[in-house]
Design a protein around this ligand. Structure first.
Ligand code: PYC
Length: 312
């Protein structure tokens, strides 16, 4: 019987499950190499923790790792129901609150190692975390894609730690009662991008689709709907998606360094975002709150035909 200890939290409604003990031994190389090792040799752990019958398509997993860089409090590899993520904003907020819950950090600034670089976050000692994300940028503006049943849709391709296609102009109603339709529309946009060869750098797949609209709360600047790679939509405003949005706003001169952008999610949860410039680089800052929802020991019984998960 394998035992894997996890702590669950949610950030603006979007769950994160952190493996704190009993995860795979990935060695001591840098986190990008360890991520390859995870994917190629230990993927069963991802399925066991996030796929049914234990997990769900909505959840993001986080494997807590020993960092290489001694200035980092921890390392992390994020994963979901279908694969791995370079970075995850809501997951970083959930992880930071989890580390606080475990007594591994106190209020203040901390560095975190990820497969795509080191990030810094501030923890308020309770539930609120503000993180400075990896440099974010827009790769292409007003890219037209021909979408089945919708015609030509125009959007921006941007990096915020994951690849996004950001659509401002569309006919959709960004309402929680409309998520089946929104998921279908975003999936059609994603297939069209794939079929028409529209990618991020190095042919990277654009695996997150983000639609924007008017916020329900007039204190916010925008509402979004974000389709994640495994077919679920983000209940939070998506930290990496908000970073991609900030990069586009900065590039258009619509947001100045230090100015606050309040991004509302499809369920009404909010991230406060801003950026600073380091030379030409846009460094987004994302703030949000997470709450712990469970401390679990997962049992992996080799007699169970679905012990290592039902692949999504
Ligand atoms: O918050 O960056 C994020 C994220 C990515 C996928 C789900 N949430």
């Amino acid at each position: 019987m394998n035992r894997i200890q996890t702590i669950d939290s949610h950030t603006g409604g979007e769950p994160t499950r952190v493996i704190i003990k009993g995860g795979p031994d990935l060695g001591t190389n840098n986190l990008a190499v360890r991520l390859d090792n995870f994917r190629n040799h230990h993927d069963g752990y991802r399925r066991a923790i996030l796929c049914e019958p234990r997990g769900s398509d909505v959840m993001v997993g986080a494997l807590l790792c020993k960092p290489v860089d001694p200035s980092c409090i921890a390392g992390v590899i994020f994963f979901n129901n279908v694969g791995y993520l370079g970075m995850c904003g809501h997951g970083t907020i959930g992880l930071a609150v989890t580390l606080g819950h475990l007594g591994m950090i106190t209020k203040g600034n901390h560095n975190l190692e990820t497969p795509i670089g080191k990030i810094n976050f501030n923890f308020d000692g309770f539930n609120t975390v503000s993180l400075e994300n990896v440099p974010s940028y827009r790769l292409a503006k007003n890219v037209s894609v021909n979408v089945e049943g919708l015609g030509s849709i125009s959007g921006d391709v941007a990096w915020g730690g994951n690849w996004f296609f950001l659509v401002n102009e569309h006919q959709e109603n960004l309402n929680p009662a409309n998520t089946s339709r929104l998921t279908n529309v975003a999936q059609r946009i994603q297939s069209a991008l794939r079929q028409q060869g529209i990618t991020g750098i190095n042919n990277a797949e654009i695996d997150h689709i983000e639609l924007f609209g008017t916020p329900q709360n007039p204190n916010n600047h925008s509402r979004n709907f974000v389709l994640c790679p495994g077919g679920a939509y983000d209940r939070s405003p998506c930290g990496t998606g908000t970073s991609a949005k900030i990069a586009c706003l900065a590039s258009d001169g619509k947001l100045q360094p230090g100015e606050v952008w309040r991004q509302e999610s499809i369920i009404g949860s909010v991230f406060e975002a801003s950026f600073r410039l380091q030379g030409d680089l846009v460094l987004p800052r994302i703030s949000g709150s997470a709450f712990i929802t469970a401390e679990t020991t997962n049992l992996i019984d080799d007699a169970d035909p679905f012990a290592w998960g039902i692949p999504s």
